[in-house]
Design a protein around this ligand. Structure first.
Ligand code: G3H
Length: 526
């Protein structure tokens, strides 16, 4: 078995032959699709079959939609009207069951998307923490709202209510974490959800299906398999989706959005592309900048929306930076995800090496060179990161979000060069700024915060900690995700108002004393 440790070997295939609709794990005997890993389990390279998933069609998609619409039931459904405390109980039940599946899910993360063992474990643990943090945040939100206000003679009891039916689609690079960062807040706020796992990282949802089924009322969560275009398109065309929650690329987001017949009704929670730059100033601590740029450009092979995808280095230090940076890239260990000390791992998309090669060829043709010895070395499931220099605006690697292992480097003389590029760019998520002179940094920070949504001082870009706002300008995002913000993105302020008079006040008092309403409550959840 190609030296694969016993506990990580694929010993049996996962045949996912059911899907979750209306609280039922419906068995599927129709067409199915094979799920392969680009990791080989034999000496001679061969992709590995991991299992199969249902290829559902429009009929099943619309069944899931009906289930979600019925569970919402025009706002009268069990889930949207449930007491906050009871929704939290459901979520706690789910996360307790989820925690028992860590080993299985971590193993599938490695095989399905090639994420290293420590990063796969981190993705799982971070998701569990995210759920617990969301529960705590929701309790706080509920406590903050467990009161009445009075203005101009009108009492108001203001809370946040659900929006309706949410279609939730996550990306393959964080098939658990990013998907759940949408799904969990959407659900806990009382929305009903239809969720389709990502293209890669799909089987790892299988161990959770029963937990979803047994923790939530029927129809609150519905899980579909199949091609996005086939299942998501009819769901959007129905006009019955209230929120499109998608982390992925803007092409799919635009295509889906455009299918909705009532665009003003559709709310969007989107995390899309980015081309986060690193800007290395002449007075930067070069060791630190190189460490952080290595992590930023190469972790998970650059397949992160927050990855550093373009590196600007001041011309005074560019030669030294390039020399040391290229040597560091070549020293990174490539191997299978469970190997000790491995930093670069097989790419889950079998056509990715070819795409990266095209970017390299285009850059070489337009005047760049590969600075590192191993740059561009290709194997069956990988292409070693090439450090390309000097890159210019005509090159595809400058214009496109590579989302993979290739590192374009540019030098600059005047700081306005990277600033102008950022202003012209379609993206505006984050930037990494390396330097120490506060006279230079201060005005730069003041400008950069207006071009992106997070300025990372002397560190690579990242989403975490997940309590911080994760968003972007321009084509990079719509709405904000963080433990705190996501609860707001998936809900709307809604309230009960009554004029301050004896008649109304007696009714209000009775409503509160009787505890007959789940919305009107001044109880504190501890
Ligand atoms: O793909 C984008 C992810 O949100 C990045 O998260 O910065 O924690 O890797 P990360």
């Amino acid at each position: 078995m190609n030296n694969i440790p016993e506990q990580f070997q694929i010993k049996s295939l996962i045949h996912q032959n059911s899907y979750l609709v209306d609280g039922e794990l419906k068995s599927w005997s129709g067409e199915s699709s094979e799920v392969y890993s680009t990791i080989s389990s034999t000496e001679t390279y061969k992709s590995t079959l991991l299992g199969t998933i249902p290829t559902l069609g429009e009929k099943e998609a619309l069944e899931a939609l009906d289930a979600a619409v019925n569970a919402y039931d025009k706002g009268q459904g069990l889930w949207p009207t449930m007491k906050v405390k009871d929704r939290i109980d459901c979520m706690e039940k789910f996360v307790t069951q989820m925690k028992t599946k860590r080993e299985e899910i971590v193993k599938l993360l490695m095989w399905e998307i090639g994420k290293t063992l420590p990063d796969s474990e981190k993705e799982f643990d971070r998701t569990v923490d995210y759920i617990y943090d969301t529960i705590e945040e929701y309790k706080q939100l509920d406590r903050d709202n467990a009161k009445f206000e009075k203005n101009d003679g009108v009492y108001a009891h203001i809370r946040r209510g659900p929006l309706g039916v949410v279609l939730c689609l996550g990306p393959y690079n964080y098939p658990l974490n990013e998907t759940f960062a949408l799904l969990i807040p959407a659900l806990i706020m009382g929305n009903t959800v239809i969720f389709k796992p990502a293209k890669y990282g799909v089987l790892l949802i299988s161990p959770l299906l029963e937990a979803f089924q047994s923790s939530f009322p029927k129809g609150a969560v519905n899980i579909l398999y199949g091609r996005g275009r086939t299942v998501a398109t009819p769901i959007m065309q129905s006009g019955k989706v209230d929120v499109l929650a998608l982390i992925g690329n803007s092409k799919s987001a635009n295509a889906l959005q455009n299918q909705h017949p009532k665009s003003n009704r559709l709310r969007l929670v989107l995390g899309l592309e980015a081309k986060n730059p690193a800007i290395v100033l002449p007075d930067a601590d070069l060791d630190l900048a190189i460490d952080e740029c290595i992590a930023g450009t190469t972790s998970f092979n650059g397949q992160r929306c927050t990855a550093l995808k373009i590196v600007y280095v001041h011309e005074d230090i560019v030669d030294e930076f390039n020399k040391r940076f290229s040597a560091r890239v070549d020293a990174l260990k490539f191997g299978n995800p469970w190997e000790n000390g491995v930093k670069l791992t097989p790419l889950p998309e079998s056509d990715k090496p070819q795409y990266i090669q095209e970017l390299i060829d285009d850059a070489l043709e337009k005047g760049a060179k590969i600075l590192n010895k191993k740059g561009g070395e290709t194997t069956d499931n990988y292409i070693f990161p090439a450090v390309l220099y000097p890159v210019n605006k005509e090159m595809r690697v400058f214009q496109e979000e590579q989302f993979g292992p290739v590192i374009p480097v540019l030098s600059f003389k005047d700081i306005n060069e990277p600033l102008d590029d950022m202003a012209e760019s379609n993206y505006g998520q984050q930037v990494s700024l390396f330097g120490s002179d506060i006279i230079t940094l201060a005005p730069l920070i003041d400008t950069l915060v207006n071009l992106v949504c997070r300025v990372n001082l002397n560190s690579s870009c990242q989403r975490g900690p997940d309590v911080y706002p994760f968003t972007g300008r321009k084509d990079s995002a719509v709405a904000t995700l963080s433990v705190h913000d996501a609860l707001r993105s998936f809900s709307i302020r809604t309230f009960v108002a009554s004029k301050d008079n004896t008649y109304n006040n007696a009714i209000l008092k009775n409503l509160l004393d009787s505890k007959a309403s789940n919305f009107m409550s001044t109880d504190y959840i501890l």
